[in-house]
Design a protein around this ligand. Structure first.
Ligand code: UDP
Ligand code: MG
Length: 329
């Protein structure tokens, strides 16, 4: 029997007052089962990350931290978005946990997959992906857009684990490597496979949101998708060059055609062709500039090296220090 290890479960929460009681209950149950099985130590923790919620989320987390030994939380100073909230939680948790699981607050991901992830970790995997084996509960729109996105990403040469989102387990070492990727524009799904180490997959059925509404409107989803593409691939810029060559080729053809027509004296007034080329080329140019602009904007944001999140209060670290002090005494 290997020695029990300390587990952290990071849960990003943005206005999740409706689901938190149930999430707290189910995750606590999972932790206490694992503690009873002697797989994890009893100082293992749930780390709720309040991503600048405007409802009662933080006061609930604060309350749980007092009444539940396994609960703790980190409060961000404002809304930084899902990916940064995850990173903030992983930063705190990986300081003292041997492995960190990240899971959404809405219980769409099956908490019963966590013990399976723990087993894979005990078998030596450092990254364990939660992979959903059905997406029946997502709207067909979300399913189709997600499928299209994975296709485009694959085509652009970005390695992703299909149908895995941000539900996964990472060893302390893998977390540290992840945190050493310093980019401000975060797309964790793309970075985690780059971390390497032995990995495994755990399959689970994705459920309906337990309560409340999705905090990922189309606008945020598109932003995540564009971010995913432009932080991992420069294929769009290369495509602009190919497009440029194609258009130059076409115009050489047109030039020859025009000269031949002129020699034969068939010159027409040429209004339609002028109009079409002005609009078509104008459009192509605008698109190309905007693609380049997207990357320039990215560089602009990255070179500033702004903090990716700001922690207002870290109950996880407060509790951990207290527990360590008690042990010493
Ligand atoms: N979330 C967050 N910050 C945000 C948006 C969402 O921390 O700005 C959290 C949210 O509380 C949830 C998780 O990210 O725990 C996933 O969000 P949601 O379930 O709304 O997304 P969906 O499952 O619809 O893609
Ligand atoms: Mg959800």
């Amino acid at each position: 029997m290997t020695e029990a290890f300390k587990l952290g479960i990071v849960v990003p929460c943005y206005n999740e007052e409706e689901v938190l009681p149930e999430t707290n209950k189910e995750l606590t149950q999972i932790i206490s089962n694992l503690v009873n099985e002697n797989k994890i130590t009893n100082d293992s923790k749930i780390v709720f990350v309040d991503d600048g919620s405007s409802d009662k989320t933080w006061s609930m987390i604060d309350e749980y931290s007092k009444t539940n030994d396994y609960a703790s939380g980190v409060k961000l100073s404002r809304n930084f978005g899902h990916q940064s909230a995850l990173l903030a939680g992983v930063t705190s948790a990986s300081n003292s946990c041997d492995a960190v699981v990240t899971i959404d607050a809405d219980l769409q991901d099956d908490v019963n997959a966590i013990p399976k992830m723990v087993d894979e970790f005990l078998n030596g995997s450092e990254v364990v992906y939660g992979v959903r084996n059905n997406r029946q509960t997502d709207t067909s729109f979300k399913r189709d857009t997600a499928e299209g996105f994975y296709k485009v990403m694959g085509w652009l040469g970005v390695k992703l684990v299909p149908d895995s989102a941000d539900f996964r387990l990472m060893s302390q070492r893998a977390c540290k490597v992840l945190l050493s990727y310093r980019e401000t524009n975060l797309f964790l799904r793309g970075i985690v496979p780059m971390v390497g180490f032995k990995s495994a997959k755990v399959y689970y059925a994705r459920k309906e949101r337990f309560a409340g509404k999705s905090k990922y409107p189309l606008r945020k989803m598109l932003k995540l998708a564009i971010n995913g593409i432009t932080s991992f691939s420069i294929v769009p810029i290369k495509m602009i060059m190919q497009l440029g060559f194609l258009i130059v080729l076409i115009s050489i053809g047109l030039l020859i055609y025009t000269i031949v027509q002129k020699i034969h004296g068939n010159v027409v007034t040429g209004w339609s062709s002028m109009m079409i080329s002005i609009w078509a080329l104008g459009g192509v140019q605008l698109i190309c500039i905007s693609v380049i602009g997207e990357y320039v904007g990215k560089i602009f944001n990255e070179v500033k090296h702004r903090p990716r999140f700001t922690i207002e209060r870290d109950i996880y670290t407060e509790k951990t220090l207290k527990e360590e002090n008690n042990e010493v005494k």
